[in-house]
Design a protein around this ligand. Structure first.
Ligand code: MF3
Ligand code: CO
Ligand code: CO
Length: 278
């Protein structure tokens, strides 16, 4: 059994630094996602912001992963590798990236992990809606964490939102899930993006969780390409992902990978975030 890493408020504050750098790097990556650019250029934009902030990439070299972001275009669900692929108007690209900062006092490394979907140029109404529902599903999952007794309530909230809003129109991927995060990118516990009978461990202060719903317009079956990374839908339907890393600290929750801690989005859902106490 993998153990959950419970963090002090001071440690979560280090994670917030990694989170803000991740968020700024994603700002640059999303801005770079223009018609005519390559996915490698999106990676360069992200990488540049990490360098400016003396942060390292947790993706680069992870099981030999060759880049600082995943760029997952259209029917790629996750783990698309940046390269010479040119981005065109009408494409949707999920950009997933992370940063590591080191606390010099302890030498511990703190991770951030977040994903957004960029809509390139004029995009179909179908893609716009897929991204918007996925984004809103993420925020509903985060909002649930604020009052959840168990981690699995996040997935219940995500699925309830998607079904109540759009019926059976979208599938929720089950082959990949969210995760605990802290001194590594992927830690216990699993954070499902769908409802399951087993609600998993109790929500406790000190937890940091990466919540990352992936929605598809068709079947949830996926396969991996010959590069051993790229995950596509079997039926070629579109896929979309949004992700945040979120802390449960001594006074409430804080979205580590949002500059405002998620305050503006969560206020719409009746949830008040609390800054991590200094
Ligand atoms: N950040 C991804 C996730 O959300 C994992 C990326 S694996 C990597 O969990 F190798 F591409 F870095
Ligand atoms: Co990620
Ligand atoms: Co993640």
């Amino acid at each position: 059994m993998r153990r959950i890493e419970y963090k002090t408020d001071a440690q979560l504050a280090w994670m917030a630094r990694a989170g803000v750098i991740t968020s700024r790097a994603l700002d640059a990556a999303v801005e770079a996602a223009m018609p005519g650019t390559t996915t490698a250029q999106i990676d360069q934009a992200f990488r540049g912001v990490l360098a400016e902030n003396n942060a390292r990439s947790n993706f680069l070299g992870y099981y030999d992963y060759p880049a600082t972001v995943c760029t997952s275009v259209n029917d790629v669900v996750v783990h698309g590798i940046p390269g010479e692929q040119v981005v065109n108007a009408g494409d949707m690209i999920s950009i997933d990236g992370g940063a590591i900062v080191t606390d010099p006092a302890t030498n511990k490394q703190w991770h951030g992990d977040s994903a957004r979907t960029a809509l390139v140029g004029e995009v179909s109404e179908a893609r716009r809606e897929l991204s918007e529902i996925t984004r809103a599903a993420l925020w509903h999952g985060i909002a649930a964490l604020a009052t959840a007794r168990k981690v699995g309530e996040i997935g219940v909230a995500i699925e309830d939102f998607v079904r109540s809003e759009t019926g059976d129109k979208y599938g929720i991927i089950e082959d990949f899930v969210g995760h605990g995060i802290g001194t590594s990118m992927h830690m216990a516990p699993d954070v499902l993006n769908y409802a399951a009978r087993d609600l998993g461990p109790r929500v406790k202060k000190g937890m940091a969780l990466a919540i990352e719903p992936m929605l598809v317009t068709g079947s949830i079956e996926t396969h991996v390409l010959a590069d051993d990374w790229t995950i596509k839908t079997n039926d070629g339907s579109d896929a979309c992902q949004w992700e945040h890393s979120v802390a449960v600290h001594s006074e409430g929750i804080w979205v580590l990978t949002a500059e405002d801690g998620g305050a503006s989005e969560l206020a719409k859902l009746g949830v008040t975030v609390k800054p991590i106490p200094a």
